[in-house]
Design a protein around this ligand. Sequence first.
Ligand SMILES: *Cc1c(COP(=O)(O)O)cnc(C)c1O
Length: 338
Amino acid sequence: MTGTIRPSDVYRARRRIQPWIRPTPLIASTALSAIAKSDVFLKLEHLQITGSFKLRGATNAVLSLSDTQSRAGVVAVSTGNHGRSLAHAATRVGMRCAICMSNLVPDNKVEAIRALGADVRIIGHSQDEAQKEVERLVAAEGMVMLPPFDHPDIISGQGTLALEILEEQPALDTVLVPVSGGGLISGVAMVLKAANPNIRVIGISMERGAAMVASRRAGRPVEVEELESLADSLGGGIGIGNQYTFAMVGEFVDDLITVSETEIAAAIRHIYWTERQIVEGAGSVGVAALLSGRVRDAGTVVTILSGGNIDMELHNQLIGAEGVTYCAVGRQWDDAHA
Ligand SMILES: *Cc1c(COP(=O)(O)O)cnc(C)c1O
């Protein structure tokens, strides 16, 4: 299956989506460079329109539909950022868009998607349950399902992020990529390895419910229990019938590592106070890996800050004045899991 997506698809995706997305800055972090004994750069993709990289894949997928498909409209299951991006991309071109999600998705994300004009449907406790409603809409109303990660046009769209990184910093040694279903890291790693096979691509997930890590360990896609996490955008399975991302991660990704809730909380706090950015949990896992010493002496490192759509009440709690606040919030969840 991996043969069906190529770097040339990513170049085509880039030309297609270029008028609709924003190139995002790459900035050096002196603080993280010192801590990790590396040259660390942050890819500020949380500044993307809609607040995450998912606009890249969603826009590429919407613009790749036939006229007949475009008239029927698109439907997706989403933990938030895919839904938000798809709603934005579809609404821009006047296309109908229904978004299905589980009740674990935070309210700020639900409202943001509704405000974009999408028909939001909240079903069940997991992404897999919400997926059943998508299948119903496809069968009953002929809508086109666009999944959040396991689709060639989505993966190619996400891969455009790597083209930007290579232009901004060609002398790369290591790239840290947040991983959930693996659409982002599949596209990014394929492009990076084609440019230079010596670039190390490391995927980062949260300890609580890392489906790709469990699947790689099992040697096949497996289900994991969905748990609440500060990195809520990394929740959900990779799909038992996974067609693309599991194999692509196996082919292109050097290592998968996990970080704890306490480490994610510390990273959100560091990114705010030291880097002066507001980034959600999922977007902070690479920084968590650097701060905790899991990645060090890694040469020129780029870590992708993949999204910024965090509930601001939670963010406010995490950056709180008392030095121990972040530990309290993170540890609560680490302890519940121990
Ligand atoms: C979706 C998402 C991820 C993970 O992307 P996958 O393609 O599912 O691996 C990481 N960070 C943010 C902010 C996301 O929205």
